[in-house]
Design a protein around this ligand. Structure first.
Ligand SMILES: [Zn+2]
Length: 328
């Protein structure tokens, strides 16, 4: 960082997910990413330990930046789950067990001594896509993030759509199968149980236990566990179980997208998150299922496109949202 001119206004963006934590330092004037890093999330450690670890790492980075004459103006945090954006606390977070009620903003301000704002992680991804990525020319759109879980956000009129103090757009917990499997949130048949990386793995393992023939069996025996990437690889090689699992991802997403677009009249959808890398395997089934369900809008008017920003989208959006959101 020492090569930068001193005095630049810099924001930090953090994206706290169920698997890892991404951090970016951004020069807000130029939109340049100065530095970025990924930390592992051990969800077993609990909120207090994880947040203290993040804050300690960040405090060192902020101190080092200060020595180089770089002032960090604000820290934006995107966190999985429903967030009270006014208080900066976590209300519910199925993929971060034990974080309910955790005063994230208060804890970070205490250690970092820098203004901190907390948002839902997928609101941050959607905002990043609007500012820097696939959403720049779209107008109003729905953003869906396929990660450990499934998150959603609505960008309407250039702003993240919220209701009161809490975030909205939780498409992951929209019921797709009334008698489906029980989601971590408590409901049955949520989109998340059909289209997230976490459930994709769980489903694959369940099918293998039931004796379904697949190349994934040897992968599971060799490594002890499956990853979304290994299921994607199997689909690439033509494995019928892997293909069928991605078929379920696509058709379930299509049902959810049809429901939202017909309700709100939104004509664009951006799909982000790690599982968006399996685009080629679910976009076909998604489009095939989506068009006949769009009975009240003309199918060609609903565009489904892929995120342009990759894995740091949430952290980037958190930094921009924190610096551009009016004082709450
Ligand atoms: Zn759910």
């Amino acid at each position: 960082m020492s090569s930068l001119e001193p005095g630049f206004a810099v924001a930090i963006g953090i994206d706290i997910g169920g698997t890892n934590i991404k951090v970016v330092f951004i020069d807000l004037r130029k939109g340049n990413v100065i530095d970025r890093t990924i930390l592992k999330t051990s969800t077993k450690s609990g909120a207090d330990i994880i947040v203290t670890e993040i804050a300690t790492t960040l405090a060192t980075m902020i101190r080092k930046a200060k020595e180089d004459g770089i002032q960090v103006g604000v820290v934006g945090v995107g966190c999985a789950g429903a967030i009270d954006v006014k208080k900066g606390s976590v209300l519910v977070s199925p993929n971060l067990p034990g974080w309910e009620g955790f005063p994230l903003q208060e804890k970070l301000i205490e250690i970092l001594e820098t203004p901190v704002r907390v948002f839902n992680d997928v609101d941050c991804i959607g905002y990043a896509e609007y500012r820097l990525g696939s959403g720049r020319e779209l107008g109003d759109f729905l953003c869906i993030a396929l990660g450990t879980g499934v998150g959603g956000s609505l960008i309407i009129g250039g702003r993240v759509w919220t209701t009161g103090n809490t975030t909205a757009g939780e498409i992951g917990h929209m019921t797709i199968q009334p008698e489906g499997e029980q989601c971590l949130c408590g409901n049955r048949g949520c989109l998340e149980t059909l289209a997230s990386a976490g459930w994709l793995i769980r489903r694959a393992e369940k099918h293998l236990q039931q004796g379904v023939s697949s190349t994934l069996k040897s992968c599971l025996e060799r490594t002890g566990r499956l990853e979304a990437e290994s299921i994607q690889q199997a689909a690439q090689e033509g494995d019928s179980l892997a293909r069928e699992l991605f078929n379920v991802v696509g058709t379930s997403l299509a049902i959810a997208i049809a429901n939202v677009t017909q309700l709100l009249g939104i004509q664009s959808v951006v799909i982000a998150g790690g599982l968006a890398n399996a685009w080629d395997f679910f976009i076909g089934p998604l489009k095939k299922e989506l068009n006949p369900r769009l009975t009240m809008v003309r199918p060609p008017e609903v565009k489904v496109i892929r995120s342009a920003l990759g894995q740091y989208a949430g952290a980037l959006g958190a930094a921009y949202l924190a610096s551009e959101t009016e004082e709450m």
